[in-house]
Design a binder for this molecule. Structure first.
Ligand code: BTN
Length: 246
């Protein structure tokens, strides 16, 4: 991965550029990195705040020979790769919050947005968008994010070389992706669950149809969260915001 890197100073969104490169036939492993995004996108149509020179804003193009329902597994692979890379480079120990947030001390430092294009039941391209808050000071964040978001700098008091982090992330991602294509999802799922914060804990899942309380039991092979309510019934959560009960 990353043998072809498309670098830009300022873009609207690296996802948009990666989609265009995918459409133009660029190979698997192509990376788009930008110093700044004017309209960075998050999950659920949210904005992703991406100020200049402080974070990692990148999109990775993959073309796995897999059916579309497997695409969410790639998000989980990316989350594991990013946690491992942050651990190696910073010696900090981040956790994963389902579905794909990475937190340090309970605050979000990484977001992952996976988008897929498929034709005739085969994935054509998967774009994994990765946003990492690296060297932001607290005052770089909009006020409404200051209590819920953070950066590696804020949590450790140290600045980090973004190029080094990118290099380690891509190396870990390549290794896990190859392992996944050869041996399937189970080893990755176990790693993912070992980093996940909510497994075995009481949580509230806020979905568009309402809130469900219960204990997070784990994830299915499709990355769906299994939640057991107090009556012992298992709920399968595809999309929600998760709150951990204190
Ligand atoms: C989220 O947690 O909501 C996902 C955030 C994903 C942000 C990254 S930054 C690089 C790529 N380009 C975008 O516009 N979004 C993703």
């Amino acid at each position: 991965l990353g043998r072809f890197i498309h670098f830009e100073e300022s873009v609207d969104s690296t996802q948009k550029i990666a989609h265009k490169l995918a459409y133009d036939g660029m190979k698997e492993g192509t990376i788009v990195v930008a110093e700044e995004q004017i309209s960075g996108r998050g999950r659920l149509d949210r904005k992703w705040h991406s100020p200049k020179y402080t974070g990692i804003w990148m999109s990775v193009l993959l073309r796995p020979n897999l059916p579309p329902p497997k695409a969410p597994q790639l998000t989980l692979i990316a989350a594991v790769a990013i946690v491992q890379a942050i651990e190696e480079v910073t010696r900090l120990q981040p956790n994963i919050k389902w579905p794909n947030d990475i937190l340090l001390n309970g605050k979000k430092i990484v977001g992952i947005l996976t988008e897929m294009q498929a034709e005739a039941d085969k994935i054509n391209s998967v774009i994994i968008g990765i946003g990492i808050n690296v060297n932001q000071q607290l005052e770089h964040f909009p006020e409404e994010l200051q209590t819920i978001a953070s950066s590696l700098l804020i949590e450790s008091g140290k600045t980090y070389t973004r190029a080094k982090l990118i290099q380690v992330i891509l190396a870990k991602l390549e290794k896990l992706y190859d392992q996944y294509l050869q041996h399937g999802f189970l080893p990755i799922k176990l790693l993912w669950e070992s980093y996940a914060l909510s497994i075995g804990k009481q949580i509230v899942a806020r979905t568009i149809t309402g809130s469900i309380k219960g204990v997070a039991k784990g994830i299915t092979d499709d990355g769906v969260l299994m939640l057991e309510d107090k009556d012992g019934k298992t709920h399968y959560i595809h999309s929600a915001d998760i709150e951990m009960e204190k």
